[in-house]
Design a binder for this molecule. Structure first.
Ligand code: SAM
Length: 635
């Protein structure tokens, strides 16, 4: 595939033969013509002993299935159904990690899954959440989060190199090895062993000798058994219990976790862990969640995708797509998917968008270019330029959302406790402040710009390259303007009306650290908004004096030196002094978009479950990159 077509990925080219899908590229069927579902149950479900293994899972455990070749998702749905049929599905999590180089389009997926009426409910849910066909990792939450699908759109070898997980069972699918050699390379088989542990099983429809030997050479104890229907043989394998652990290390579930800061990052992480059955303590100086930077009435779900499809753009795109799926259940509870216009405002941005569209190919589900007339129609406001339209974006009520998220029986609130000091005593962390000490195994600091001062580095808080940036928003009475029907982003953003106002902002004050609202900042917001949308006002544009009558709110964004977020542990940063301490901050003004995926990632790490970020993006968000060794040494 030509480089310039990124991030879109080439879809499967399907030929329907008597209603059954076949790949034109590989010249093979996706599943057995006689009865694909029964074959899946025989080969993959039965020979991995899944029903028996699901039935004995302890509470809060997770079970990880990895598959090569997601195809129509039939194997996945059959596994999900088998898991659902066991009582364990109420208190455990099923992870399914699958790689797919040529994903089916949503239409083909819908047509293929229509063949299985008994899987219809599950199939419909998968189709609703099926990601757009762009490269990279997509974490899909299903069945209320009890089923977590990690779909890697790309080559299987890259998938196994990039993803971090340890499988309990493998579904080695793919087309026949003679037609699909790329799926069965020795390197891929080596990777399969790397992602396995003693007790890991595998099943595959093929019985080809080379593959049996390669799997056996890596350490699987292989057996040839009867295949399905007319197929004489198939293979099963298991890593003997006596084998050494070479797989990715499992982090055992920590006994106790505290999260400091109940803004959007902390609330999302607390909720994520709570829903996985983990008890968490959520600490905040205020008496409720969402009062600081996440306390605004409205916030846009927005990222600026880069012209180059590099790691930074990939992180922004993956976060955007995940957050759009994540917020869907909050539709009547803080999430407003109105669509969002990224205006091609000014010559520079216009040229940037042209280059962006030239060099990239995004599916229309993600974004489409629109001209000024179309942009005006979609937003309901006369706009002078077109831009990029994100149909599935919109705006959120961040403060309300934080409160909803923080309200869960597994989340213990320690609100009204100003944290003053963190210290490590033997193997535990002690959080001290204006309340009783809290003793826990792991602490996650989600304290925005206050995060560095809480890291116990003996006064070396400057060692972290974080910056507080003041942002003031202005509340425009909706009668004053043509309130937009969708979010408009340019040098300022403007939201649709909510409770009689439209929030616009925010200033970006690098040198002003005043927490007070200022008329100057309102003036700046009004001026910028007027320049961006001169046709916005019902009567006259606002006079400078109007700034004094406007209300708003001040918040402080925490940004890093490279404007990328931070989510990860401080393990090994200073010997073992900071082990068990995590940072989740540096979200700048894009917290609503980045935080759902990064909360998912941290919860994966904290519970030892498969990671939703590939290693290359995990590196991007690692807090170690923000640590200034020299500053620490000079101290
Ligand atoms: N498990 C699927 C199901 O339940 O429908 C059927 C899988 S089909 C037999 C094989 C799949 O492997 C195809 O979707 C194909 O595009 C994918 N594939 C082939 N070569 C690949 C590669 N090198 N990396 C990733 N996927 C590949």
């Amino acid at each position: 595939m030509a480089e310039e077509t990124v991030p879109a990925i080439e879809p499967a080219d399907i030929r329907w033969q008597d209603g059954v899908p076949e790949s034109r590229l590989f010249g093979d069927v996706y599943f057995n013509r006689d009865n694909g579902l029964e074959e899946t149950r025989h080969v993959f479900i039965g020979h991995n002993q899944l029903p028996e293994r699901f039935a004995t899972l302890p509470d809060h455990a997770s079970f990880v299935i990895a598959e090569s070749g997601f195809g129509t998702g039939l194997n996945f749905l059959a596994a999900w159904q088998a898991w659902r049929n066991t009582p364990a599905s109420q208190s455990t999590i099923l992870h399914f990690v699958s790689a797919e180089r040529y994903p089916l389009t949503r239409d083909d997926l819908t047509r293929a899954l229509a063949l299985w009426p008994e899987l219809q409910d599950l199939g419909d849910e998968l189709i609703r959440h099926y990601p757009p066909l762009v490269r990279g990792v997509h974490r899909v939450l299903l069945d209320g989060g009890r089923v977590r699908l990690t779909l890697y759109f790309g080559d299987v070898l890259d998938a196994w190199r990039e993803l971090e997980f340890t499988a309990d069972a493998w579904f080695l699918d793919g087309f026949a090895p003679s037609l699909n050699p790329g799926m069965w390379l020795d390197d891929a088989i080596h990777q399969i062993r790397q992602h396995s542990k003693p007790g890991t099983t595998l099943a595959t429809f093929t019985a080809v000798g080379r593959i049996r030997r390669a799997l056996a050479d890596t350490g699987f104890s292989m057996t040839k058994v009867a295949g399905f229907g007319r197929k004489r043989d198939m293979l099963t394998g298991v890593i003997p219990e006596s084998a050494s652990e070479t797989g990715v290390t499992d982090v055992s579930k920590p006994a106790s976790i505290a999260i400091v800061g109940a803004g959007i990052a902390g609330s999302l992480l607390a909720r994520n862990l709570a829903e996985r059955g983990v008890d968490v303590t959520l600490v905040d100086g205020a008496n409720k969640a969402g009062t600081a930077a996440s306390g605004n009435l409205q916030g846009a779900l927005y990222v600026k995708l880069g012209v180059e499809f590099n790691a930074q753009t990939q992180l922004a795109l993956t976060s955007l797509l995940f957050s759009q799926r994540f917020y869907a259940p909050y539709r009547h509870n803080g999430w407003h998917p109105t669509g969002l216009l990224q205006m091609a405002w000014g010559e520079q941005e216009q040229q940037r968008q042209e280059r962006f569209l030239d060099r990239n190919h995004y599916p229309p589900e993600v974004l489409v270019p629109v001209d000024a007339a179309e942009a005006s129609r979609r937003t309901g406001v006369p706009v002078a330029t077109g831009g990029l339209w994100y149909a599935d974006s919109g705006w959120l009520e961040p403060a309300a959302l934080c409160r909803t998220l923080a309200d869960h029986p597994n989340i213990r609130h320690c609100f009204g406790m100003e944290v003053q000091r963190l210290s490590r005593q033997e193997d535990e962390w002690v959080i001290a402040g204006t309340g009783p000490d809290i003793h826990v195994d792991r602490v996650i600091l989600c304290s925005g710009h206050r995060t560095p001062e809480l890291v116990p580095l003996e006064g070396m808080s400057g060692a972290f390259r974080f910056k507080a940036i003041r942002g003031q928003v202005s509340h425009l009475p909706k009668e004053r303007i043509h309130a937009p029907e969708a979010v408009i982003c340019g040098p300022r953003y403007l939201n649709p009306a909510h409770q009689g106002i439209c929030v616009t902002g925010a200033t970006f004050d690098l040198h002003d650290l005043s927490p007070q609202e200022s008329a100057n900042s309102h003036r700046e917001n009004l001026r910028e908004l007027n320049a961006m949308l001169p046709g916005l006002w019902n009567n006259e544009p606002p006079a400078d004096s109007e700034a004094k009558t406007i209300e708003g709110r001040v918040g402080f964004r925490c940004t890093t030196h490279d404007y990328q977020p931070v989510a990860g542990s401080l393990d090994n940063l200073e010997g073992d002094k900071l082990n068990g301490l995590f940072l989740f901050t540096g979200l700048g003004s894009k917290g609503l978009t980045y935080a759902p995926l990064l909360a998912e990632f941290l919860a994966d790490k904290l519970t030892g479950q498969p990671a939703c970020l590939p290693r290359s993006l995990e590196k991007r968000v690692n807090p170690h990159r923000c640590y200034r060794m020299e500053a620490a040494k000079a101290h």
